[in-house]
Every structure is written in C-alpha cells, then in structure tokens.
Write a protein that binds this ligand. Sequence first.
Ligand code: ZN
Length: 223
Amino acid sequence: MTSTQCVVQFCKLSIFNKVPGVTFHGCPTSTEMRNKWLHALRHKCVLLDWTKSRICSKHFESHCFDSQRRLKDNAVPTIFPSVNKKHLPKTYISRTKIERILSRMTQQEIMTDIKNSMNKLKEPMNLDNMVNEEMKFKGEVSTEAQLWLIVKKQEHLNTRLMELLAQNKKHVEALQSNIKQNKNNKKDVDQSMETHKYIVKCLQEKLATYEEQIEILTAVEAR
Ligand SMILES: [Zn+2]
C-alpha cells in the first residue's frame, strides 16, 4: 500500500489534508534518478521506500511539471521546509552533538574511547566453531564472526606493533648510550692531549736548560 503522507520530514501534507493544487507523486524507478533523489533527500526524510513513499508537489520547482501537471521523469525535489533547530527531534541534535564531541577529542582520546568500548564487548566463546561451522554449511561467515575475526587480527597487529616499538626503544637506548660513551672517550682523548702537550712543553724547557749548560761547559773548557 502506498503511503498517504508526504515522505519529506516536517511536511505535514497528506492525501487527507492536501491543499488544492497539491499533487502526490511516487518515487522514480531508474537507478540514476533514484541516486539523485537519495542525494537530494538524504537529510530530508527519515525513511525512503521506493515502492511506498510519496512526495508532494510542494518540493518541486514549477519546471519539474509538464503542462498536464504531471511530474517529469527527470524531476528532483529541491524545495524543503525550513526547520527551526529548537523543533528538531532529539536524534538530530544528538548526532551533531556527537560530531562536535568527536571533533574536540584528540586521536589519543578517541583510541582510548574505542579501546574502552571494545573491552565492554564480549567475544563469543565459540568463535572458532562459529566460523568453522558456518563456513562448512553456508560457505560464508556471518557478519558478527567476520567482525570478531577483524578485531582479533587487529589485536594481533597491535601486539606485534607494541613489540616492534619496544625493540626500537631498546635500539634507541643502546644508540644513546653509545653516543654518551663516545663523548666520554673524546673527553679522555682531549685530556691526554693536554697532558702530552704539557709534557712536551716541559721537555722543551729542559732541553733549553741542557743547551744552556752545554754552552757554559763549552765556554769553560775553551778557557
Ligand atoms: Zn511534502
């Protein structure tokens, strides 16, 4: 049975209270036109049933009708009642509220939130059986089992990732201690360089003293 009410949300017209001149129309049948309607009506009606839903002529511009007031095949609804936000049903408001909360959350917070939600879900005890039995009989796995398999795969990947992270951390720590060691080595080398320079200086001074003494001795001998 076709619907008696206009499918557009907040449009109060039905075949019982229709205003003179308002006509009711069924949905298009071609995939192309249905896609266009879906796009136009995606936030404008709660449920769109291609076979039952009807829409009133108030949502179409005048060029959408032929001279007989029949809706043209390429007509797409474009006129919708403007809605005061105060009168929106709660689901509308809460959806935007969720979006606002999500946009405020950091990546980390979202991850924590997802993890918490995941912990609350309980994995079916017989997941392996479920998968095996269903594959045997139906040749396919139920969505629930598939989701759990994805979750398990994800958990496995997460564990692997954490292992790799821990390994990397160790490597970085080893590198850092190497750098520290190298710095200390350099310090030691610098210090011994200084010591050697000092020794060379002392030896040079001593050499000078000896040369002086030799000079004196030579002079004494010459007399
Ligand atoms: Zn309507």
